[in-house]
Design a protein around this ligand. Structure first.
Ligand SMILES: Nc1ncnc2c1ncn2[C@@H]1O[C@H](COP(=O)(O)OP(=O)(O)OP(=O)(O)O)[C@@H](O)[C@H]1O
Ligand SMILES: [Mg+2]
Length: 363
């Protein structure tokens, strides 16, 4: 666009305005493009995470939503429920995807080691600090930092974390320079942190800084319909590594897996599939290939009392589920008959079948 001289001021203003509009439009297009690309990346990132159950579908939606926000995410779930996997998915679906994703296991290190792991140290900060080392916060700059097992950190580290989260700056151990970082923090825990706060073991102010967007991963026993697709996924994933010819699982063996309580959740399922792949001799995993604690899980008459430190209400729920499952199978899936065997109303049974995700698939 050029302007013929001489020009009245109005024309100039209009031209400038037009130029600005064009630029704005182009920027918007670029952003949209970026957004679309991100969307495609999201779908890729989700490939390895299995979960058709309602609670997992809800979780995936939440992951998509929170990925683009830059807020801190707090992931809570029992051991082996997939917290790390979800943290990675959030990073991969976020605008930070091309930047580093860094994980620190806060539960595995002694306090002084953890401090230097997180914030780095200067040369000579302590015996053995022969050169400057960058901490995880610096390594993760512009990316995402997963603080795993956050429930285990000491009061001193809690205070330092609070400062980084509030002010985005810190000093390396033994240093005086202030380091500024741009890091998105995700934390994961299998401890009831709110309880730790109430007990005075965890700073309340830090808890609220971290607990902005909570994601709760349900235990596997509360989403049993995810078991068959997970089994299929793990057979595919692990067949190569174990040099196994197994391609499937027998209906009987799957029934045992459906009935088991899974205190170690998806990680335990993955381990058990790996073991079974090693032991199996045919092309399918049979009941005999499963470890006894699992293969015994559906054997008719005795109930499996969970002894993994769960609270009484959860133990009772698990027993309730097992009893309903047994009656449902005994009644060959006829609901009025199942309710009669259990001595409850059919309407109550419907509610409980829904709650425990028991349907014809378990027959
Ligand atoms: N939904 C899922 N789909 C596929 N694999 C899964 C799923 N959830 C968990 N896994 C697998 O199970 C294992 C445990 O997952 P992960 O390490 O994310 O759990 P975690 O909650 O961090 O456990 P912990 O509390 O013990 O650290 C990993 O190998 C992971 O790939
Ligand atoms: Mg973990």
């Amino acid at each position: 666009d050029f302007i013929t001289k001489p020009f009245p001021p109005d024309v100039l203003r209009l031209k400038v305005q037009k130029a600005l509009e064009v630029r704005e439009q182009r920027e918007r297009l670029l952003q949209e493009n970026e957004y679309l690309r991100k969307d495609a990346a999201t779908d890729e990132g989700f490939e390895a995470i299995i979960g058709q159950s309602a609670p997992m579908q809800k979780t995936f939606n939440l992951v998509r939503k929170v990925a683009c926000a830059d807020s801190s995410v707090y992931i809570y779930g029992e051991s082996g429920t997939g917290k790390e996997l979800i943290a990675r998915a959030i990073h991969d679906a976020s605008p930070r995807a091309k930047q580093p994703f860094v994980r620190v296991n806060c539960g595995a290190l002694a306090e002084s080691l953890l401090e230097s792991e997180l914030f780095g140290h200067e040369k000579g900060a302590f015996t053995g600090a022969v050169k400057r080392r960058l901490g995880r916060f610096e390594v993760a700059d512009k990316g995402t930092l997963l603080l795993d097992e956050i429930g285990d950190i000491s009061p001193n580290i809690q205070l330092k974390l609070l400062r980084v989260l509030q002010e985005r700056e810190f000093e390396r151990v033994g240093g005086t320079d202030t380091v500024r970082v741009d890091v998105r923090v995700i934390c994961a825990t299998n401890k009831d942190l709110a309880g730790e706060v109430a007990a005075g073991n965890f700073r309340e102010d830090l808890f609220y800084r971290l607990h902005i967007i909570p994601i709760i991963l349900p235990p596997l026993r509360e989403r049993r319909e995810d078991i068959p697709p997970l089994v299929e996924h793990f057979i595919k994933k692990l067949a190569m590594r174990t040099r196994s010819d197994v391609t499937s699982i027998s209906p009987e063996a799957l029934k045992s897996l459906m009935a088991y309580a899974w205190p170690g959740n998806v990680r335990e399922l993955e381990n058990i599939i790996e073991q079974s792949l090693v032991f199996a001799e045919g092309e399918a995993i049979e009941v005999g290939d499963l470890p006894t604690q699992v293969s015994g899980a559906q054997s008719g008459d005795h109930l499996n009392v969970p002894d993994d430190g769960r609270a009484l209400p959860e133990i009772l729920e698990d027993l309730e589920r097992q009893l309903i499952l047994r009656a449902f199978r005994g009644a060959k899936g006829i609901k009025t008959e199942t309710a009669r065997l259990l001595g409850i109303k059919t309407s109550a049974l419907y509610y409980k079948l829904e709650k425990y995700a028991i349907d014809d698939n378990v027959l």
